[in-house]
Ligand binder design. Structure first.
Ligand code: NDP
Ligand code: 7N6
Length: 311
């Protein structure tokens, strides 16, 4: 199979300018063009790199679609299968960015930076109570989902001396994680942690994985971090747990509805850090995508198995 025309869908503009990726791919054989939603534009391509799903991707005779996201919960997988279109994703590139973001969230909470940042906006000089700040060293963190994101978080948490445990479908060991629990033992795993960081894909099995019972199982001084997908946690149950002080706080990058609606109580909570689905954002994002695309163009041309195949 040969790819002669590769489209970069303008939706990638949510993460980087499409032209950056086109430039980074200028040395590959296929002709690389930026395309919009027009079915005729897409029909001229053999393959498209995209951020968002569009129905035109399914009925334009494409051979391959590459998503610049790791999560493929918003792509209709059976429709891709029926149309005989290869779908690949971008897992593998977010370990450093999301790992650093989660470390930052934990440091912000433990060193009270989120509080100082809010105070600064009002030119307020209030030192924290003596027993509010703490250090992360020796604090237990449980990482739920131990793939690229989870391992990126675990490596950095381990590096600053945290006690790292984790959860995956099998209990097979993972570097930098002292104890790995199978997901049947989720409650045991999260009950001792000061931080619970969620990093699973959104699937039927993980939708609402963190619900009322899980927040109840957590320590009262524990913080919940979500960098997976909003629907992996029951957001109403989370809000109730925060309002009733069942848990101490949260750092959230993803939400059931994005952007987070203005009226959400999460915006106002002192112990909640809200980030705009930006945990993976970085200036080199397009370069990581270019590497994946280059590799798969070669695989497809050589009739080899593609990397990160979803369908
Ligand atoms: P990976 O496929 O590398 O890792 C997923 C991990 O989740 C694996 O360890 C897998 O377990 C585990 N897992 C799957 N199902 C379950 C389950 N039911 N219970 C416990 N663990 C489970 O994916 P990534 O790390 O690249 O990405 C994970 C998700 O994070 C994406 O699907 C996406 O939704 C989200 N994401 C969010 C970003 C952001 O900007 N906030 C950026 C990138 C991704 P096992 O090891 O046993 O197979
Ligand atoms: C783009 C975020 C993913 O699934 O949600 C992320 O890869 C994409 C900055």
């Amino acid at each position: 199979m040969q790819i002669s025309h590769l489209g970069i869908h303008e939706s990638v503009g949510a993460v980087f300018p499409p032209e950056q990726l086109r430039e980074a791919l200028s040395s590959i054989d296929p002709n690389v063009v930026v395309v919009g939603d027009g079915p005729a534009e897409i029909a001229e391509c053999d393959a498209v790199v995209t951020f968002a799903h569009r129905s035109a991707l399914l009925d334009s005779g494409l051979k391959w679609v590459h998503s610049i996201q790791a999560g493929y919960d918003r792509f209709p997988l059976s429709a891709f299968e029926d149309a005989g279109i290869i779908l690949t994703n971008s897992t593998g590139i977010h370990g450093t960015s999301v790992g650093e973001s989660v470390l930052g969230m934990m440091l912000s909470i433990s060193r009270r930076l989120h509080v100082f940042s809010r105070q600064q906006a009002d030119r307020e000089w209030n030192r924290p109570d003596w027993n509010e700040p703490f250090t992360l060293q020796h604090e237990p963190v449980c990482v739920v989902g131990l793939g690229t994101l989870g391992q990126g978080i675990a490596k950095r948490a381990d590096a600053i001396g945290m006690h790292v445990t984790g959860v995956r479908r099998s209990a097979e060991s993972v570097p930098h994680v002292r104890e790995v629990y199978a997901n049947d033992d989720l409650h045991d795993a999260i009950s001792e942690a000061r931080f619970v960081a969620l990093a699973t894909p959104l699937t039927d099995a993980t939708e609402g994985l963190m619900g009322a019972a899980e927040f109840e199982a957590m320590r009262e001084d524990a913080y919940f971090i979500n960098v997976a997908r909003g629907k992996c946690a029951d957001q109403n149950a989370l809000i109730s747990a925060l309002e009733s002080a069942e848990i101490a706080g949260a750092a959230l990058d993803v939400f059931e509805e994005e952007p987070l609606p203005e009226e959400s109580p999460l915006w106002e909570m002192d112990e909640v850090v809200v980030t705009p689905h930006a945990a993976a954002a970085e200036i080199d994002y397009y370069n990581h995508i270019a590497e994946l695309v280059r590799e798969n163009v070669q695989h497809i041309d050589a009739d080899e198995e593609v990397t990160n195949r979803v369908v």
